[in-house]
Design a protein around this ligand. Structure first.
Ligand code: FUB
Length: 344
């Protein structure tokens, strides 16, 4: 009998030990995302919510000739990120030969569209120009389409959506924004110029403005590239990157206006190098948790020490507002953000 009691006692202590180990493990489950939020060199992250998931679409940060594909990442809670490899590549986009950059995703009528830049085109010389034989001058902005946010995406047009230069803006770094009246606008532009255009209904081109122009320039003071727009409490916010993307001068500034066309007046820098955390922070996007006033800045930054031009990682930090609607400077962290599932 004694030995049976001893056996029961041993079994009970083992069960207790196991259950408390389980509890300890639960305790140890990370409650913060950490930064970077996923492994690998990734820049220009565009964050967006689709249904009950957070999605991030970044540039694969590498030499231009190695930037031949785009990966995406999804998360239910901002903590655990699933990689969706190769959602778009140069096999699907025949005219893209290098430098696939800055993807921007949006849903319309049940389809998912992924806008991107390719080839890092320089200004074409018009005389005798042959687009099929000119890697430096053919490409620009493209659009791909899929039935789900994780692709696979197919070329929507079989050619660039935009490959011309307007108002001296290099056709890169496009962002697509659906306004409250249902109009889809594209903001884009490198080389310190930002244009805005109105996409047509099937995303095959642009509608003219009332003055007959295809694009209007809305460049704010300091703008270099990487535009992003969102609305909060009826106010429009425009964010962009300043400085040089290859070094620690890179940073983010913003403006506020009553409508998408501005006027946009620079208010302040809100994200910049912090030598205790990371440098070269920029090319950001913003995620709002659906139905809440929880806001996050998603951006890339350079780890310290930074050992290569393309060593950029994707990070997320909380974004907070002052009572007057202006944005508090973002505090970059190693810890990242707390779990915030969309479905709770
Ligand atoms: O990642 C390639 C380029 O670097 C982007 O298009 C720019 O915005 C800069 O982040």
């Amino acid at each position: 009998m004694k030995s049976r009691i001893a056996l029961y006692t041993l079994a009970a202590s083992l069960a207790f030990a196991c259950s408390s180990a389980k509890e300890t493990n639960l305790e140890e489950t990370p409650k913060l995302s950490g930064n970077p939020i996923f492994d690998g060199w990734y820049a220009d992250p565009e964050g967006i919510v689709f249904v009950d998931e957070y999605w991030v679409y970044p540039t694969f940060s590498a030499g231009f000739t190695d930037q031949l594909h785009i990966d995406a990442f999804s998360s239910k809670d901002l903590i655990t990120w699933e990689k969706h490899a190769n959602i778009l590549d140069t096999v699907a986009i025949k005219w893209a030969r290098q430098a696939m950059w800055a993807p921007a995703a949006i849903e319309k009528d049940g389809k998912y569209y992924l806008f991107f830049s390719a080839n890092d085109i320089q200004r074409p010389s018009r005389d005798g120009w042959d687009p099929n034989n000119d890697i430096n001058h053919f490409g620009g902005l493209g659009v791909a389409v899929a039935d789900s946010p994780g692709g696979p995406f197919k070329d929507h047009l079989g050619k660039p959506l935009l490959s011309e230069f307007y108002n001296d803006a290099q056709p890169i770094d496009q962002f697509v924004f659906k306004d409250t009246d249902g109009t889809y606008y594209m903001l884009y532009g490198g080389w310190s110029h930002c244009n805005i255009g109105k996409l047509n209904a099937d995303f095959t081109g642009f509608e003219l403005w009332d003055d007959g122009e295809l694009f209007h320039e809305i460049t704010p003071e300091g703008y270099v590239e990487g535009p992003f727009v969102f609305i909060r409490n009826g106010k429009y916010y425009f964010m962009w990157s300043e400085g040089g993307w290859t070094n620690d001068s890179y940073k983010v500034a913003y403006a506020m206006a009553d409508k998408i066309t501005g006027p946009w007046k620079r208010i302040d820098t809100i994200l910049e190098s912090d030598t205790t955390v990371a440098t070269g922070a920029g090319h950001n996007s913003v995620i709002q948790k659906s139905g809440s006033d929880d806001w996050y800045m998603v951006y890339h930054r350079r780890p310290i020490p930074n050992e290569g031009r393309d060593h950029r990682v994707t990070a997320i930090d909380v974004m907070e507002f002052n009572a007057d609607g202006t944005i508090k400077p973002i505090k970059m962290t190693f810890e990242g953000v707390a779990a915030n599932p969309i479905l709770e």
